[in-house]
Design a binder for this molecule. Structure first.
Ligand code: FAD
Length: 494
């Protein structure tokens, strides 16, 4: 235990993680803290990370950020979910939307009612009972009061960091440009005392937040927190990214298209598209991946292909001594379900909840690490599900994913769903029953049976129940404008 008060916070790194941390700490705890952010113009940010998930709205609400200002500043579009193409057998499509699907009861989820209706030939596609999913398919969007539409954004990551920088500097965050070359630790406690820049400037602090990206300058290179490697389950280790001019109006969902040794993303912003291919270097060379990506994009390229290497996994300790890792320095699962920015947000809010005002102590950091670990592992399992449950016969990569051993926690969830369509949400985990069900059904797992409570309804009653869910969805959809028309009106500059 170090009983000296934590007053001076130093954030190392100015990518999405660094500026999100600066913005939140300055807004929510700022008056009592002295916050400095160090970033180097010589070392660029990762430059990708443009698809988000709905909890980002909560983050912005906490910070008092107005949605229209944020969308204008980041060229954002709305996102209602992700369309997965060719993931199951190479010729399929399904959407994992952010919305609620159907209506459930205390004993079981909506999929049980849908499953029986499917046997009787009276159910539509599972997704037809979800407004967000139907709106995505129809390229529509609106903020509705009833039913509420659950959504996130596609953003320009570089502009987002700039936007948050302005926000933070107005709240008193000091920015120092310079390359960190040395880190000084206390001989006795091992805690970090200061960062030394190439210019010789020393930056002292009580608490350090490592946002230096994959290099993990403080948490790994200095404190050796260790890394839990998940590449057995998540074997993709490379990406190539390129931006293109938009050739059509932006759609309100991310596209994720499976390729022979990975998958391609398409993220539509207001006037350009972010594209990339995530792949496994055991099965695709850099040249094959680049060619495969460039053959599958629309519109003129705006940037040269950017190549990125990574290792899926997480830091063994996200908080070690007086250093907390956020963003890529804390680990990287995979961009498939756009969870990295969310994990940054969770890390920041958790740090605020456990803020060590009266000194660094082991109980706080252990709790931080315990909660982060649980949350990250359940996201990891959800991502593995997409890869593992496939019927693709066309490549060694997909065969590997199907045959690999998976975590027991995931194997249990798959079995439970296969047998009786059951799913149980645990604690604070991010993805709930609607998400898991959409992906399990989308990947081809049809539950063998359904809950007996469904049989309390006659076939006619079940049909009326199912039809009654679809009616308000159709009505809401008819009243919604096209996504791009809505954005044009909503994000007007004057
Ligand atoms: P970086 O952006 O790498 O920033 C590191 C910062 O540290 C920079 O400012 C740099 O100057 C500074 N720095 C480093 N070393 C020094 C030094 N010695 N001295 C001073 N400063 C230093 N996330 C999502 O949520 N959605 C997505 O769709 C998504 N897609 C992704 C696709 C790919 C292929 C990858 C690899 C990641 C994706 N992510 C996504 C993750 C997302 O990009 C990151 O979580 C996010 O950008 C945060 O990055 P960061 O700030 O941790 O690191």
């Amino acid at each position: 235990m170090n009983t000296s008060q934590v007053k001076k916070v130093v954030i190392a790194g100015g990518g999405t993680a660094g500026w999100m941390a600066a913005a939140a700490l300055s807004k929510l705890l700022g008056k009592n803290l002295d916050i400095t952010l160090v970033e180097s113009d010589e070392i660029s940010t990762i430059g990708v990370g443009e698809a988000t998930i709905p909890p980002l709205l909560t983050f912005h609400k906490l910070l008092g950020i107005k949605e229209q200002d944020f969308m204008l500043a980041t060229q954002a579009t709305f996102k209602l979910g992700i369309e997965f193409e060719n993931w199951r057998n190479g010729q399929d499509k399904y959407i994992h939307s952010f919305g609620a699907v159907g209506r459930d009861c205390w004993a079981c989820g909506f999929q049980h009612f849908w499953r029986k209706g499917h046997d009787l030939g009276i159910s539509g596609d599972y997704g037809q009972y979800c407004l967000e999913l139907e709106a995505a398919k129809a390229n529509k969007f609106a903020h509705l009061k009833q039913p509420v539409v659950r959504y996130a954004y596609h953003i320009n990551a570089t502009l987002y960091a700039k936007f948050l920088r302005q926000f933070s500097e107005k709240l008193g965050v000091k920015r120092i440009e310079g390359k960190i070359e040395k880190i000084e630790n206390n001989d006795h406690s091992g805690m970090i005392e200061s960062l030394e820049l190439a210019s010789g400037q020393q930056i002292q602090g009580d608490l350090f937040i490592d946002c230096t990206g994959f290099r993990g300058l403080l948490i790994e290179q200095n404190l050796h927190a260790g890394y839990e490697d998940w590449s057995h389950w998540l074997p993709c280790d490379s990406a190539v990214a390129v931006q293109t001019k938009a050739t059509s109006d932006p759609i309100p969902y991310t596209r994720s298209i499976a390729h022979k040794a990975g998958w391609q993303w398409r993220i539509p912003l207001q006037s350009r598209v972010g594209n990339g291919l995530v792949y496994c270097s055991r099965y695709y060379s850099e040249q094959q991946a680049t060619q495969s990506l460039l053959e599958n994009i629309d519109g003129d390229t705006l940037t040269d292909p950017l190549h990125i290497k990574f290792r899926t996994g997480q830091r063994r300790k996200h908080w070690s001594k007086n250093c907390v890792a956020l963003g890529l320095s804390a680990g990287f699962i995979e961009p498939l379900e756009s969870t990295s920015i969310h994990l940054i947000q969770r890390g920041i809010l958790r740090l605020i909840q456990l803020f060590p005002t009266n000194g660094i102590n082991a109980a706080d950091s252990e709790e931080f690490n315990r909660q982060t670990n649980l949350e990250t592992q359940s996201i990891r399992d959800f991502i593995i599900l997409h890869y593992h449950v496939n019927e693709r016969q066309d490549s060694r990569f997909w065969r590997y994913c199907r045959d690999m051993s998976i975590p027991d926690t995931l194997a249990h969830r798959i079995e439970l769903f296969k047998e009786g369509g059951r799913f149980f949400h645990e604690g604070d985990e991010l993805f709930g029953e609607f998400s898991w069900t959409q992906v399990m059904l989308g990947q081809g797992i049809m539950p063998r049976s359904y809950h007996p409570i469904v049989d309390l309804m006659s076939a006619n009653e079940l049909k009326a129940f199912l039809d009654n869910i679809r009616t308000p969805i159709k009505q809401a959809l008819d009243a919604m404008p096209l996504h791009h028309q809505y954005i044009q009106r909503y994000c007007k500059t004057d």
